[in-house]
Design a protein around this ligand. Structure first.
Ligand code: APR
Length: 257
């Protein structure tokens, strides 16, 4: 793998072979993580612990056990994050991916994010591997529940609503550690990894399985893998690494297609 291209102060001159790969790709898989929403002001997953929650590790909040231990604490953290998303706007990275799909046609977007910024930027058929902040359901009977009015910017502890069918507590519609990913979403993502000829990996630390294996599967079957992130990843198997913010790099790449 060539040395990473440092695009942190503007798009570095990129080899024509890389740009040709982008232009010629006819089955594109894009995998995004929290970094693609960072320029919308949404803390990445491992930054989202400030204020009331600063003393917790994400894994202490993003589990069914944590919810059962203290429903108000876990529900409040997700409601604070959902309200943050509702106040945010999609950024240039979200818009570039939506425009790319409109122009390129066979581009599918798989995200680990639980926000709806890809959809609000115009992306369609987004595959959410880790669920959504906007689809709460009953912890006991899984009955889908309406999201309550968003909370304010100040973190506050509030009890989750109850299910009108069984009286159970509302839980966030996200996939918690130790829970299975939505089967249909995962099956579609694997199929895309198996057949794509270009895989863009944008704004993810690649720490969490099985999402982190998608680019590995893609590369094993011959796809070109391009990683976009301000931080280099020594152990990440990519053909190219573009170091920089997604909101700077993706629009610049789109202009060169
Ligand atoms: N542009 C691109 N990448 C960025 C930007 C940016 N402007 N800002 C930060 N990043 C990168 C960081 O360098 C990091 O590599 O985004 C990545 C965010 O990593 P994480 O916070 O670990 O988020 P993510 O990879 O999405 O986490 C995966 O872990 O805990 C679970 O369910 C949770 O979906 C989440 C999953």
């Amino acid at each position: 793998m060539p040395d990473p291209f440092d695009c942190r102060s503007g798009l570095a001159p990129l080899p024509e072979v890389l740009l040709d790969r982008l232009r010629q790709a006819d089955e594109v898989l894009v995998l995004t993580g929290a970094g693609v929403s960072a320029e919308s002001g949404i803390a990445t997953f491992r930054e989202a612990l400030t204020g009331l929650w600063a003393r917790f590790d994400p894994a202490q909040l993003a589990t069914a056990e944590a919810f059962q231990e203290d429903p108000a604490r876990v529900w409040s953290w997700y409601e604070w994050r959902r309200a943050q998303v509702l106040r945010a706007e999609p950024n240039a990275a979200h818009r570039a991916l939506a425009d790319w799909a409109d122009r390129q046609g066979r581009l599918r977007l798989v995200t680990q994010n639980v926000d709806d910024l890809h959809e609000r930027a115009g992306s369609r058929d987004v595959i959410h591997l880790h669920g959504s902040l906007h689809e709460p359901r009953c912890f006991d009977c899984a009955n889908p529940l309406a999201a309550p009015p968003p909370v304010g910017a100040e973190a506050q502890l509030l009890a989750p609503p109850t299910c009108p069918l069984c009286g159970g507590l509302a839980r966030p519609g996200v996939v918690w550690f130790g829970e299975s990913l939505p089967e249909a979403a995962l099956a579609t993502a694997w199929a895309l990894a198996e057949r794509c000829n270009l895989c863009l990996v944008v704004g993810t630390s690649g720490l969490v399985q099985p999402a982190a294996s998608l680019p590995v599967v893609a590369r094993q079957q011959g796809a070109t893998v391009i990683r976009i992130d301000p931080q280099p990843a020594a152990d990440f198997q990519a053909d190219w690494q573009l170091l920089g913010a997604a909101g700077l790099i993706l629009p610049a790449l789109l202009e060169r297609l």
